[in-house]
Design a protein around this ligand. Structure first.
Ligand code: GLA
Length: 673
């Protein structure tokens, strides 16, 4: 199978979405001049070009695209060619209203925006296949073409009649009979038993709470319906260009697609990433999305879109201060990106995104933003041969799964304050703050490469996954598990005892009596109990005696074999275990406040022989090893000094550094020993 390296060819790809159909052709010539000036290696073309390529049903207007691809190629700019199927032309919806998606109330989403297609619509799929076929046939041999980009940010849901029919087919495949469906969905509750397949619907508007198993299956089905759209187009372009990699861009930490299943169908994993420049947690969020992309890819990945400055879809859109675009670009490269693209190359003057930044903004080539883009392009050209293709090694895996996300984040739960994404971010963020490099992994995957496994929350856990965790602990791995894990089986049926019995045994939970969710802002004291600390003391570095637990607590009766590393102090749960430990298996029945979680994870990892990338980093400095290079990234504005024992060469400056590096505002160094 082709890979990202077939497109990068030893470089880091650098460029953005290029939408020349918005501009007169004279501008294209200025574009290529400035692209060369900025070190642009590649652009993504055609993402929303369907109405230009097929202005009337069956018509084909490829002349403009021929000229564009030739121009780009003549100027040394490679092309990631998109299928335009994320934005059907207005005529498709007008002539074939069944191609338009419906929301859960039956309202139609019309053309005039984008992504107005019903994934299950046979007519949509036929038209999408036809334009993809002709596009692929026409450009298969074009020398500019290095990669295919299918559709854009697949994210539509559809509750319409064709979706209903597709959902029924999907359910028949899964359950075989109506009895199987009724059993899996627990339809005995509230008298929902189905007597015919015709009555089985997507979870449309109902009076009160929906059947959660039906909602879970609809999320699975919707992900699969979109995936079928992707694979259909992928197979078409592959037939024409088996040597070229195919991708589609994910939204960052998006719940709508089963990202593991999707990634397995792609040659290149690519993702879009837009942290808020004002958000102090921006780099932490970026690291999570980047670690996930690298883990999905199993190696180098592509940042398909980021913003050079402000976006236009937050209530207030802040530009990136000087240096931040460069710093976040280097962060992506440090965490495994071999390609960095932006939305978009040239800022639009019309349309919904005219106030969204671009590599070349309204200020033009004199603008500060373009100057920074030029610098980034030059630096990535330097780094390309040094990093391209290399990996990031992690000894820790954070386990994450979309099925668990969908099952856990539903109505009718104990609290809505413990969302999957929030907990994932809290646990991964604590590891990031601790300077510990982590992958993300599916709980059923081969986890033998990791010494520490961290489970933020896997509400739904399959038998295979539970056995996998047990086997890893038996083989010597350390498991750190957060609350609400192993609660339901794949049919969303609560496991006997309220939690998977194997896990309860593993952690030494004899009875899980009651769940005690906390209010937002509420916390509970947890205290390392002298009498039982013993070995935990060592594991926890003897430092952390007390922390405050947030979001959640549990009334647990521990088995005699379990040690309570921490106990609740005060309140209804006074004296009961808050953190349980049995050998290498840790169970957290509450979420420690961030500083405590960082300290606990640092100590537990150290006990398992896993250390941060660098010790003693100043606050705000991130260190990542990629291959044999050490990336230092300073997320603050003060000047800091980082101790790096020995002699190194900073690839960004060419200078030799000995024992320490000074980093200014948003500074970075890429050190080779
Ligand atoms: C997404 C889309 C782009 C653009 C950007 C704006 O990532 O894929 O087309 O709309 O958002 O941030």
């Amino acid at each position: 199978m082709p890979a990202l390296s077939d497109a990068t060819r030893g470089r880091i790809l650098f460029g953005g979405d290029h939408n020349p159909e918005q501009w007169p052709e004279e501008t294209w010539h200025e574009d290529v001049r400035l692209m060369k000036d900025a070190g642009v290696t590649s652009v993504t073309v055609g993402v929303f070009s369907w109405s230009r390529l097929e202005p009337r049903p069956g018509a084909r207007e490829f002349g403009w695209l021929d000229r564009l691809l030739d121009l780009l190629h003549d100027n040394g700019v490679a092309v990631v060619l998109a299928t335009p199927t994320a934005a059907p032309p207005p005529w498709l919806g007008r002539l074939h209203p069944e191609t338009l998606p419906r929301d859960e109330d039956g309202h139609v989403e019309r053309w005039g925006g984008r992504q107005h297609f019903a994934p299950s619509s046979a007519v949509y799929r036929r038209h999408a296949a036809a334009i993809t076929e002709d596009l692929a046939a026409r450009y298969a041999a074009h020398p500019a073409l290095v990669m295919w980009h299918i559709n854009n940010e697949y994210c539509t849901y559809d509750w319409g009649d064709e979706a209903a029919a597709g959902f029924r087919r999907w359910l028949r495949d899964r359950y075989g009979t109506l009895d199987g469906l009724n059993t899996a969905w627990g339809t005995a509750f509230w008298g929902q038993e189905h007597d015919s397949w015709e009555g089985v619907l997507p979870p449309r508007r109902v009076h009160y709470l929906k059947n959660p198993a039906q909602v879970l299956d609809f999320r699975r089905f919707s992900s699969d319906a979109l995936l079928a759209c992707f694979t259909a187009e992928r197979d078409i372009v592959r037939r024409h260009t088996p040597h070229l990699p195919v991708t589609t861009n994910f939204m960052p930490l998006w719940s709508g697609q089963d990202g593991w299943r999707w990634a397995a169908e792609e040659d290149v994993v690519s993702v879009d990433l837009y942290p808020d420049p004002r958000d102090p947690d921006g780099p932490r969020h970026g690291a999570l999305v980047q670690d996930l992309a690298r883990s999905q890819a199993g190696g180098p990945w592509m940042l398909m879109e980021q913003a050079a400055g402000a976006v236009d879809w937050r209530p207030v859109n802040h530009p990136k201060p000087r240096g931040l675009n460069r710093l976040w670009t280097l962060q992506a490269v440090a965490r495994g990106a071999d390609a960095v693209h932006y939305f978009q190359w040239r800022q639009s003057r019309q349309g919904a995104e005219k106030f969204h930044s671009a590599m070349l903004g309204h200020a033009g080539e004199e603008g500060r933003g373009f100057g920074e883009v030029r610098r980034i392009g030059a630096e990535l050209a330097l780094l390309g041969p040094e990093v391209s293709g290399s990996g990031v090694r992690a000894d820790i895996a954070v386990l994450h799964d979309w099925d668990a996300w969908w099952a856990g984040d539903q109505d009718g739960r104990p609290t809505n304050g413990t969302g999957h994404a929030e907990l994932l971010s809290a646990w991964h963020g604590a590891l990031w703050e601790a300077g510990l490099t982590t992958d993300l992994a599916h709980p059923e995957s081969d986890l033998s490469a990791y010494r520490v496994l961290v489970v933020p929350r896997l509400h739904l856990l399959t038998d295979t996954a539970a056995d996998n965790l047990l086997a890893r602990v038996a083989a010597g791995a350390t498991l750190v598990c957060g609350f609400r894990t192993g609660v339901v089986d794949p049919d969303d049926r609560v496991r006997p005892g309220g939690m998977d019995a194997r896990l309860r045994d593993l952690f030494g939970i004899r009875v899980l009596h009651e769940l005690w969710p906390l209010e937002a802002g509420e916390s509970v004291e947890c205290d390392g109990w002298e009498g039982e600390l013993g070995s935990n003391r060592t594991a926890l570095g003897g430092q952390l005696r007390v922390f405050r637990g947030t979001l959640w607590s549990e009334e647990i009766e521990a088995a005699p074999s379990a040690e309570a590393a921490f106990r609740y102090r005060g309140g209804e749960l006074d004296g009961l275990p808050a953190v349980l430990r049995r050998d290498r298996a840790w169970y957290f029945s509450t979420l420690p406040e961030p500083g405590a979680l960082k300290a606990l994870l640092t100590a537990i990892a150290a006990d398992a022989g896993v250390r941060p990338v660098l010790d003693g980093l100043p606050a705000g400095v991130e260190a990542v090893r990629r291959g044999d290079l050490l990336f230092l990234l300073h997320h603050g504005r003060s000047t800091v000094t980082v101790d790096v024992p020995g002699g190194h060469r900073d690839l960004l400056t060419g200078e030799t550094v000995t024992d320490r590096v000074t980093l200014g505002r948003y500074g970075a160094a890429v050190l080779r020993p």
